[in-house]
Design a protein around this ligand. Structure first.
Ligand code: PHE
Length: 450
């Protein structure tokens, strides 16, 4: 019975397949677009160091907790919390995660659509079709936004429908190497251009004059979003893991891969900005700050690509926006997989029906957002910046005090036989019981105060 249930739920085909799928979920717009600009506007290396600390002190332990809950229960987040406790209250943590994931996906789709739209913007610009280029580069255009959100959702549903190993694993195994290849080629090109060294120092030199109390809040929020934590994605991906896979090692791989790619993205974006400046593009706002977030990706960079001109400008521009689109797609897959697995597990819906039905329902929200993109900011604050750390904190407390860290360690022992003698079995429980929840809570409260 258990066997067939596992079979119908699907599982990863290989260790590397899981690592790439989970890294694909983690590596997204958060790494390539958000991380470099957060670093740029928060004191360069100061942010970088705080971010790495947040990743390893809070992100890594939470990632282990989520993967362990998933593999132990082999269930979606709601079912998983129910399976590990007899109290009806705890599955609410899973429900909260589900809600956050659904809302995040609804606006992530629109932004992902912009990135793909810009591939066409670059092509039309090259072809001298200015009106078309402007249309595809206009992110206030509701109908254009909707069409690209529909396209992106269709691709996401198509991959999810293929199942865990044939859909998600295969797709991410193909896309992740392409993503890394494009990233490395582009860095290689950009760092040889005039102005790039200034960008490297803005990124890598600590600038304490730019540090504000909100920097830790930003670093912690970025860590949760970037590692896809706090909303059940890693519980769901963990539920497809085999008994013989080492959870601690896998969590470490995914964490390091995500952080490494964010770091590399900084090596691309920051020098690119200063190369753009050397080419006459405005990269500072009137108040003297570096242009950040959407203005950076969708104004400064395209302007640079246009100035490069010719075939070179076209190739660099198309590659860059393809890179963003691929990164976004490997993340939207995981965002949709969470509610899909919920519908499959809890209501016995067939995978295809679940993916199509839920995907379309979320798309309806995306269409609203397509016509009013000002909604993105507030949704992002509630469901991402507050929602994910909150979900992560509750998950830690649940594992530490309700399910009990000892039981989690016993689960981790499958695939990691020496864990009981390893220092991780002493340190990790302390972190998820006390260090992580206290730091997350302090961080959430500090933002309310400051
Ligand atoms: N980690 C993704 C990114 O960096 C976003 C994401 C968040 C994906 C939560 C899944 C779950 O863009």
């Amino acid at each position: 019975m258990a066997e067939s249930a596992t079979e119908t739920r699907g599982s990863w085909n290989s260790k590397i397949g899981f690592v790439l799928a989970a890294a694909g979920s983690a590596v997204g717009l958060g790494n390539i677009w958000k991380f470099p600009t957060e670093a740029a506007s928060n004191g360069g290396a100061v942010f970088l160091i705080l971010y790495v600390i947040c990743i390893f002190i809070v992100g890594f332990p939470v990632m282990m907790a989520e993967l362990t809950i998933g593999r132990k229960t082999r269930k979606n987040p709601v079912g998983a919390f129910r399976a590990l406790s007899n109290n009806f209250i705890y599955p609410i943590i899973g429900v909260w995660g589900l809600v956050c994931g659904v809302v995040i996906l609804s606006f992530y789709m629109v932004v992902a659509g912009w990135t793909f739209g810009y591939v066409f913007e670059e092509i039309f610009f090259y072809l001298n079709m200015q009106n078309m280029a402007e249309l595809f580069g206009n992110f206030n255009h509701g109908i254009k936004n909707s069409i690209f959100a529909i396209l992106f959702m269709t691709a996401t549903i198509a991959i999810i429908t293929g199942g865990v190993s044939n859909g998600i694993e295969k797709a991410t195994k193909t896309m992740m190497p392409i993503l890394i290849g494009i990233l490395v080629i582009m860095i290689g090109y950009v760092v040889t251009q005039e102005g790039s060294s200034q960008g490297l120092s803005a990124y890598l030199q600590p600038d304490f004059s730019n540090v504000s109390p909100s920097i830790i809040f930003n670093a912690m929020g970025q860590a949760f979003f970037s590692l896809s934590l706090g909303m059940g994605a890693m519980i769901t991906y963990g539920s497809y893991l085999n008994e013989n896979q080492n959870i601690a090692e896998s969590a470490l791989f995914v964490t390091v891969a995500d952080t490494g790619i964010a770091f590399l993205a900084g090596l691309l974006i920051m020098p690119t900005m200063f190369v753009a400046q050397a080419n006459g593009v405005q990269i500072f706002t009137e108040s003297g700050d570096l242009v950040a977030s959407s203005a950076l990706v969708f104004q400064v960079l395209p302007e640079l690509f246009h100035q490069l001109g010719g075939l070179l400008g076209l190739i660099i521009g198309v590659l860059f926006f393809l890179l963003l689109s691929i990164a976004a797609l490997t993340s939207t897959i995981s965002l949709l997989e969470v509610p899909t697995s919920f519908a499959i597990d809890e209501f016995g819906v067939a995978r295809k029906k679940a993916a199509v039905g839920i995907g379309l329902a979320i798309l309806v929200i995306s269409l609203f957002i397509s016509f009013d993109i000002s909604l993105i900011g507030s949704l992002d604050t509630v469901f991402n910046k507050v929602g994910l750390p909150l979900g992560g904190m509750l998950t830690c407390l649940f594992v530490g005090f309700v399910w009990k860290a000892e039981n989690a360690i016993n689960e981790i022992e499958h695939g990691f036989p020496g864990v009981h003698d390893h220092f991780i079995s002493k340190v990790w429980p302390f972190f998820i019981r006390y260090v992580c929840p206290v730091l997350i809570l302090f961080n959430l409260l500090s933002d309310l105060v400051f």
